[in-house]
Design a protein around this ligand. Sequence first.
Ligand code: AGP
Length: 609
Amino acid sequence: MCGIVGYIGNNNAVPVLIDGLKRLEYRGYDSAGITVYEESKLKTVKTVGRLAKLEEMLLVQPVAGVIGIGHTRWATHGRPSNRNAHPHNDCNKKFSVVHNGIIENFQELKEWLQEKGHIFNSETDTEVIPHLIEEFYQGDLLAAVKQALAKMEGAFAIVILCEEHKEQMVVARKASPLIIGIGQGENYVASDIPAVLPYTREIIILEDGEMAVVTAGSVTVTDFSGNIVAKKPFHVQWDVEAAEKGGYEDFMLKEIHEQPRAIRDTLTGKIDRQTKKVVLPQVNLSQEFINQLEKIHIVACGTAYHAGLVGKYLIEKLVRIPVEADLASEFRYRDPIVKENSLTIIISQSGETADTLAGLREAKRLGSRVLAITNVVGSSVAREADDLILTLAGPEIAVASTKAYTTQLLSLYLLAIYLGDARGTLAETDRISMIDALTEIDVQVEKVLNTETKIKEFAEDFKNCENIFFIGRGLDYAVSLEGSLKLKEISYIHAEAYAAGELKHGTLALIVEGVPVFALVTQGDLYDKMISNIKEVKAREATVVALAMAGDHETAKSVDYVLHIPKTHPLMTPILSVVPLQLFSYYAAKARGCDVDKPRNLAKSVTVE
Ligand code: AGP
């Protein structure tokens, strides 16, 4: 996610902006820039690349002023480039804006503004903001900003400078964090607390629908209609490292809890609310191509591969095309049979995994069209694919992938619905019920996160186990694989996932008294089969923890513990059932004193074979 810093006071803003942006570098970015008010003009300096490059530019082309804004950009709309970097200005450079979030209706606003003669320089959604303000500005900055906010849909945290109002910054927040740091005769704004900690620990957190006029000596908070909102600053006790984790003990836990927001952001702009059809702006599959499709490949590694297995089930169910899911390290060397005009889905959080990238290139060499699902704009996978679905999870810092996995699943749901709709294999009523389920899944993930305390207790009970098994059928099997990987990669407990129907073909020999088995039993059509598999392991005195759908009171009769997930569309359960497994893995690892963010022997992005 992008980093925002603003300063207004009596000192030169530039060092404060650069220092603040450096404290937000952990959020990941691909370009950076600042605007300061100098000699009655707004001066903007920005560049693609790292902050060091911006600092070099400032040595050559210094600017200084007592009010300024800065930004580090994590590209979502428009590739990393100088002209896409923030801050963005209006036609006459009277306004300068930095933004974090997504303006969902930016295309429509951009066209409206262009019809009114506004000239745009970037591919970003953000650039509509200064032009909107310019369009409405008649001397009253606050009034113009309110009119602009009323036009904007989506998520935003914005900071605005105006050349004719050099004594103030105007800020606004909707669904994207923004804080105000209270100084002595100076004030700060930022997208996150670490940026201002060296200067102040008195913080005001803006809530959704709140805005503020910030001067060197005052902060006036209102709602978007102008009604005053009384805000009391709170004193931050955190140290800097804790602040980067948003108060969570580890990045992994923070990222597990970011999943509702990541899901909302990834869904933004991908569902037409009127028709309840899926919209994939960066996927350009023709109807003819979709009609002639006979085979789909899915190629990925690790967690991304486990997401691909869910995708296999979904696409075969909804699109009725055979799907082959491969581990990239196998695919690239097995001389795969990939026909021309097939579709290969490449899934990669980092977009730089060596095996996955090699799989992409092999598929292209064999004539397949490649669609990438990735979290990093401008990554090798994103650049080399023919089509793109971006997961807007924001940077994933912890080695163990969590929010990337659930947003990859979301992207696969959207793609399966899109293809099923295009091929006519998905009835409209089924499509609508799935879309309805998707639009509430973030709230349901929130509900699962609220069971965290109970899961933490489980984890502490099982922390000394040598072996833990995960079993499931169908989609539950695919999620079992992910649950097993999460547990073993951060707690170092030996964990294995098995198709429940496979137990009697060998693994049952390992099930003896007290061996913990997680049984995922969310798939109604496979319920009876799963219950008999649970009875198989119970007959060997295993300790069974079931993961079942809310309202299922039968399973409890056959197991030792039950964790429930909210009722949802049967095909959507993986997004929910993985969350207890993520939390279980996290707390088991914590109970064992493991470094959950940086597990031994592992790297976040495996860019070598
Ligand atoms: C996930 O928890 C693992 N750290 C790892 O398996 C990861 O999913 C895999 O390396 C693929 O990475 P990618 O999504 O960046 O390609």
